[in-house]
Design a protein around this ligand. Structure first.
Ligand code: SF4
Ligand code: SF4
Length: 463
């Protein structure tokens, strides 16, 4: 096969100009399935930052406060283990699913595909008509009708992009702060409004003009998927054995394959490629060409599936292997990550605390009455959804050590941190070699108790 097609992008002509893709829409089994998935995903992507789950944001990347909320869970920057496991889970999940199902993410779940194929393109068809009508109009000169249709399309695109931009910033600012900023004048918070305007412009540019070029030119996942996939990964492929020799219907011979060279699979492709050339970087596995070709096969009375979901080996009539070393390797790692993360999340306490020596004070000081004092700081993080009151108690105190926490019990609001001083005073005879280890336990009204050991320091006095 001539591999020349791999040397250039279908959407760029020889002079380097963009060739606009006028993708037709054929509604078959996969289109309806993808549409159902897409509308559920749209609700998730656009709804998560605006809703609350367990009293917390559905999704929020609160960079300023170094917190991350997802599906009712709250992660802090101090949850290093959980965050590392989450990143590992995302990475190995992607490796595993790509090795098994190829680019199923690109064709079915990526926000770019979901919004472009099931929101912007349907709107475009509604306003500007079919692919053929759009192409004809674009090639013709300007008229009032063309001007009005373009204005309506871009106005709708801008309105939707505005909602996208607001949702995008809500992922980082939170719903409340986003509403708050919307009520301010741009002059009062010009930084936030500028950012919002920049994101709006980016969204309108992406969905109104840049479109499939993001997948074919920019997306890094598309670039390294080739190393994750092998000839047993699921792809959208053309059955070369069955399809060739392709030929027009009216010129068919007994030796002709099933492909009647109608070109419908090309006309529906959102990246403009010819899947009959084999697996290509630009293929999003969106299955539009499957629906298109199946509709042709139905019309000419041939079996469906000339273009189908299959593996590279399956398309060549070879045996397929689902369980192969890379699948087992990624699968075992994925399970290990899921198990560890579940255990960590299940056992993760709502309260974390730390007692540390106050850096700004002396190691110890001797009071006029002869007692020695040490100053510590108690740092409490309440990761729960309710305000809690905490008490700090010195354990096994049979030698008259005094522990004072001003304002105890210490109330800490949900999702907040508090730091309070802890004064500990004692007679010098409780020391041994100028130090003594003691245990402090933190209690709350809900039954939380955690103990930490600290070292008291004082003058090394001979007994
Ligand atoms: S739609 Fe099917 S029959 Fe038509 S050109 Fe594509 S592969 Fe051939
Ligand atoms: S070749 Fe088929 S599956 Fe691949 S992007 Fe084009 S229409 Fe979608």
């Amino acid at each position: 096969m001539d591999e020349q097609f791999r040397e250039h992008l279908y959407t760029i002509d020889e002079a380097g100009r963009r060739k606009w893709v006028y993708a037709s829409c054929i509604k078959g089994r996969f289109y309806y399935l993808r549409a159902a998935v897409a509308y559920v995903l749209m609700a998730v992507y656009l709804g998560l930052p605006w809703i609350k789950i367990n009293g917390r944001p559905g999704a929020l990347f609160d960079i300023g406060n170094r917190k991350f909320f997802f599906l009712g869970f709250e992660f802090w920057a101090t949850d290093l283990f959980v965050l590392t496991l989450l990143f590992g889970l995302a990475a190995f999940g992607m490796f595993f699913f790509t090795a098994l199902f190829g680019r199923v993410w690109c064709g079915w779940a990526c926000p770019e595909t979901v919004f472009l194929e099931f929101l912007f393109r349907p709107l475009e068809r509604l306003v500007e008509g079919s692919a053929a009508q759009r192409e004809r109009r674009d090639r013709s000169g300007w008229s009032l009708e063309k001007f009005v249709r373009k204005c309506v399309k871009h106005a709708l695109c801008a309105a939707i992009s505005l909602f996208f931009a607001l949702t995008f910033v809500a992922y980082f600012w939170g719903a409340e702060k986003t509403f708050e900023i919307l009520q301010q004048s741009p002059g009062a918070n010009h930084g936030a409004w500028l950012l919002l305007a920049a994101i709006l412009a980016l969204m309108a540019f992406q969905f109104g003009w840049f479109r499939e070029q993001f997948c074919t030119v920019l997306c890094p996942y598309a670039r390294f998927q080739s190393v994750l996939m092998d000839s047993d990964s699921l792809i959208v492929g053309y059955d070369l054995v069955r399809g060739e020799q392709r030929g027009k219907l009216r010129r068919r011979k007994d030796s002709s394959g099933d492909c009647i060279d109608c070109g419908l699979c090309l006309r529906v492709c959102p990246t403009g490629i010819d899947i009959r050339n084999g697996l290509q970087l630009e293929c999003l596995a969106c299955a539009q060409c499957i629906d298109a070709c199946n509709s042709v096969m139905k019309t000419i009375g041939r079996p469906l599936g000339l273009i189908r979901y299959d593996t590279g080996n399956g398309l060549l009539g070879r045996e397929m292997r689902v369980l192969r070393p890379r699948i087992l390797f990624y699968g075992v790692l994925l399970l290990a990550y899921v198990f560890s993360l579940s255990v960590l999340l299940y056992r993760r306490p709502d309260t974390e605390f730390q007692i540390s020596r106050a850096k700004e004070s002396e190691l110890f000081s001797v009071l006029p009455d002869g007692r020695t004092t040490n100053l510590f700081r108690l740092h409490i993080s309440n990761k729960g959804t309710k305000t809690r009151s905490y008490r700090l108690v010195l354990e096994n105190n049979d030698v008259g050590i005094e522990c004072i926490v001003p304002g105890m019990p210490v109330a800490v609001s949900a999702g907040a941190m508090a730091t309070v001083p802890v004064f500990i005073s004692f007679e010098h005879f409780v020391m041994s070699g100028g130090k003594r280890a003691v245990s402090l336990t933190l209690y709350d009204q809900e039954g939380f108790a955690g103990t930490q050991q600290i070292m008291l320091l004082g003058p090394a006095v001979e007994k």
